[in-house]
Write a protein of this length. Sequence first.
Length: 515
Amino acid sequence: MFRYVMLCLLFLGISCQQPKKAEEPRPNILLIFTDDHAKNAMSLYHDELIVTPNLDRIGLEGITFNRAYVTNSICAPSRAVILTGKYSHLNGLRDNRDVFDGTQWTFPKVLLENDYETALIGKWHLKSLPTGFTHYDILIGQGDYYNPRMIRNGDTLDHVGYTTDLITDFSLEYLQNRDDSKPFCLMYQHKAPHRNWMPNTKDLDLFSDDLPLPATFYDDYSNRSAAASEQDMRISDMYLSTDMKLLPGSYRTETGTGGNKNFQSRDFTRLHNKLTDEQRKAWDAHYDPINQFFKEANLKGDELLEWKYQRYMKDYLRCVHAVDENVGRLLAYLETEGLLDNTLVVYSSDQGFYLGEHGWYDKRFMYEESFSTPMVMRYPTLIKPGTVSNDLVMNIDLPSTFLDVAGVSIPANLQGKSLKPLFASNDLEWRDAIYYHYYEYPHGWHNVKKHEGVRTDRYKLIHFYDDIDAWELFDLEKDPNELKSVYEDPEYGSIKKNLEQKLEQLKKELKVPKR
Ligand code: CA
C-alpha cells in the first residue's frame, strides 16, 4: 500500500509539475536617432507641416513622451549623455569642441558584456573612434548628405548615394548578417535633418506650397535678457551660399553671418561639385529656375527673410521625409523577419530645433523648441498601444531604460532613470524638475551664452552667465511661447525663490562643479 501511495504521489508530483517555462527571449534594442529633428516636424506632435507615418507609428503602437528634454541642446554632448547616462560635466563632453573619452563606462559596453551584439551605424560625431561595438560604420565628423566617406570597423570607405538611404542600407545589411543567436542593440543614427539640409533628388518636388510662418517669427526679443537678442542664429543671417545652396553666380554678395562672424562664408560649390553627374542633373533641374528667379528678384528686407525661411523649411522637411521613409524600410524588415515585437524600438533626436520660431534656426537655448526632443517607443510586451506620457523625461534616461528592458542591472552612478515604469502607469511618483546646462560660448557657433536652468511642470528658470549675469523666468502655462520673462514680477516672488532653491538642490544632487 505504502509503495502504491508513494508511486501515486510520485506520479502526481511529476504530472503536476509545470514544464519548465522557456526563458523569455531578451529583447533587441533599436535606437533610431536623428540630428536636429524638431517635434514640430513630426506629425504625431504637430501635424501642420509634414506627415511622418513611420515615425508616428512607433508612438501610436507604443508610448509617446510629450515632455522629453535634453540635458544640453547640442549634437556631440547629447550623444555622450546617451552613451554614458551622465551629464556633460561628468562625461567630459561639454561642447562640440571636446573629444569623447571612449575608455569610460557606456551602455553598449555593458550590453556587449551581457552577450548582446552591439552596432552603431551612421552619425557618430564624437571625434574619438567608437568603443563597445561589435560593428560600427560611421560618418566622418558631420558627414555629407551625398556620397559620404565612412569608417567601417576601422576601414575608410567611399560610397555613392544619398546618405539617409545608405545608412539604412548598411543597417539592413548588418541585421541580415549579424549573429542571430544573440539579441542585438543597433544604434541607427541619421545625419539628417542637420544643416545644410540637402534633400534627396527624388524628393525635391515635395512641399511645393509655401509653409505658414510660426506665430513668433517676427519676435523682437523684448521682455527677456540680452542673451535672447544677442544670438547669431536668425534665419535672416543664414548664408546665401551653404544654407540656401546658391552657387556664386546666383547672388551678388553673401549677406549672412551663418552663425559665426569669424568664419569665412562657405561656398556651396564644393558640395555641388561632389554630386555625381546624374545627381547634379536632377539637382539643377529643380533649383536652377528658383535660383534664376532669386537672382532677378533682388529681394530685400522681409521679402528676402521670408524667401530664406521657405527655402530652409522646404529643404528641412524634405530631409525629414527621407528619414521617415527609411525608418519605414527598417520597420518593414523587422516585421517581415518576425523581429518587430521582440524589439524595443526607440525614436528620438539629439535635440529639437527652431523652425522659424523666434525668427531662428539652430538649437542651444533652453527654450522649448530646442530643449525638447521627440521621443517615442514601441515594445508591445511592456507597452500598450496608444500610451501617452506627460512626465518630464530626458535623453539621459535612455541608457538606464535600455539596461532595464534588457534585464541588466543599472549602475547606481547613472544620473537618469529607467523609463520602464512609465510604460505601464501614469500615476507614478516621478521627478518634479529637470536640470539643463549649455556651455558652448564664446567659441563655437551662434553666439548663445552659457546658461543653466530648471524646468518644472509649469515654470522654467534660466540663468545666463559668463560675460552676462541674467535670469529669466517663464510661466509656461500663461506664456507657452516664452515671450515674457516674469523674473522681476513681484507676483512670482515665491515661485522664483522655490525655483532657485530647486536649481541649487539639483546641482548638488547631480554633482555640478561650483563656478
Ligand atoms: Ca544635433
